[in-house]
Design a binder for this molecule. Structure first.
Ligand SMILES: Nc1ncnc2c1ncn2[C@@H]1O[C@H](COP(=O)(O)OP(=O)(O)OP(=O)(O)O)[C@@H](O)[C@H]1O
Ligand SMILES: O=P(O)(O)OC[C@H]1O[C@H](OP(=O)(O)OP(=O)(O)O)[C@H](O)[C@@H]1O
Length: 344
């Protein structure tokens, strides 16, 4: 099939081709009834029931394609959006891929604070965010008289920072092309930021880094590598992003609305219970609903039935509380899909 010619009138929607976000994205597409058939090894799949083509790309590249306007919609991490500095519009958080970007150092080593890493070697996949972080730290150090550049020199790590406004060639030479071309900001900082694409946690043990900047969710990877966190640069989660001028705004709206419906359905359950009218005000404080609870008069005098959306993560506590208040016949129902105009 001539795929390229089939793409011209389709909305392009980028999805991580592998890694931590991939499976959740496929679930989301299923929930939104975006049907497709992906041929073996092909990174483009035409949707069967919409004028959409899915493009399977590395999560890190998705903001770039969407920012350039080549792709209309995409799913990636907020960390990748921040790192790419692409001009994209964030439509909604998707509720998965939650983790932190943290500065990590050897657990048994001497370093306790990020500023002690000034002038040393840092390995990361997030060279722009790392450069910005250390540039700020160095500036703060310089203001408070704690000159990291000087410290870098004393430790024989070059330091080499040029005069203000000059390009620091020593750093440029030793920093990856990705950091330089993407940021243009590495000049002037004495901390050496080096790019690696994966297994960042191995860098300290291999003697390549004094500290790393990497994503942490459970902390298992960090622990297994003998590292500890000393600072959090950002917290991140998966997001739906949109280009500034999508090719088919009406279809973008439809997809956005469907995805929001799936997210809301995943996030909430429907809680229904019976309660005597005199306890209603207290009970509805516990289950205020997304907009407001639905109250229905029961045939039995003085009793009502309440129906409310409740955040799934707090449902057990809510049920305990309702029972204490005197609610009866408390039922919890899963929501399989939803539509609403409000936020998630
Ligand atoms: N441990 C994690 N827990 C939750 N979300 C994560 C985790 N690691 C990464 N992510 C999110 O997933 C995005 C993609 O990371 P991932 O490591 O899966 O990338 P990848 O390089 O495309 O895949 P792989 O590591 O398999 O090569 C990250 O930018 C982040 O938003
Ligand atoms: O805190 P944890 O739950 O252990 O997760 C953190 C790990 O997950 C990510 O890597 P991933 O396993 O996706 O592989 P990668 O190192 O090849 O990027 C991240 O880069 C960490 O290494």
């Amino acid at each position: 099939m001539d795929l390229v010619n089939h793409l011209s009138d389709r909305l392009l929607f980028a999805v991580p081709k592998k890694g931590r976000l991939h499976e959740n994205c496929l679930d989301l597409l299923r929930g939104a009834d975006i049907q497709f058939h992906r041929h073996n090894r092909l990174d483009i799949a035409l949707c069967i029931n919409h004028r959409i083509a899915l493009v399977f790309l590395p999560a890190a590249d998705i903001p770039v394609f969407v920012g350039e306007g080549r792709v209309d919609l995409g799913i990636t991490g907020q960390d990748q959006v921040a790192e790419s500095q692409a001009g994209v519009e964030e439509l909604m958080e998707l509720g998965f891929g939650k983790c932190k970007l943290q500065v990590q150092v050897p657990e048994k080593g001497p370093i306790q604070e990020p500023k002690e890493l000034i002038g040393k070697n840092i390995v990361t996949s997030f060279t722009l965010l790392a450069s910005e972080y250390f540039a700020k730290l160095e500036a703060e150090g310089a203001r408070s008289g704690d000159d990291g550049e000087e410290r870098g020199r004393k430790e024989g790590r070059g330091g080499g920072g040029g005069r203000e406004g000059e390009l620091n060639l020593d750093v440029l030479e030793k920093t990856t092309p990705r950091a330089v071309s993407r940021t243009g900001k590495v000049d002037g900082i004495v901390t050496r930021i080096k790019y690696v694409g994966g297994s960042v946690e191995a860098a300290c043990a291999l003697g390549v880094a004094d500290g790393i900047i990497d994503l942490v969710e459970s902390g298992e990877t960090m622990k297994a590598a003998g590292l500890k966190p000393i600072a959090t640069i950002l917290t991140t989660g998966a997001v739906l992003i949109k280009s500034k001028h999508p090719s088919n705004p009406a279809l973008v709206k439809t997809i956005e609305s469907r995805i929001r419906g799936v997210i809301v359905a995943k996030k909430y359950v429907l809680c229904t219970y019976n309660i005597s009218r005199d306890k209603l005000a207290v009970a509805t404080k516990v289950t205020p609903g997304k907009r407001a609870p639905t109250i229905t008069q029961l045939e039995e005098e003085g009793w009502v039935s309440v129906s409310s959306m409740v955040d799934k993560s707090s449902i057990a506590t809510v049920m305990d509380r309702l029972e204490e208040i005197g609610a009866e016949d408390i039922l919890v129902t899963q929501i399989s899909n939803s539509r609403s105009t409000g936020g998630v």
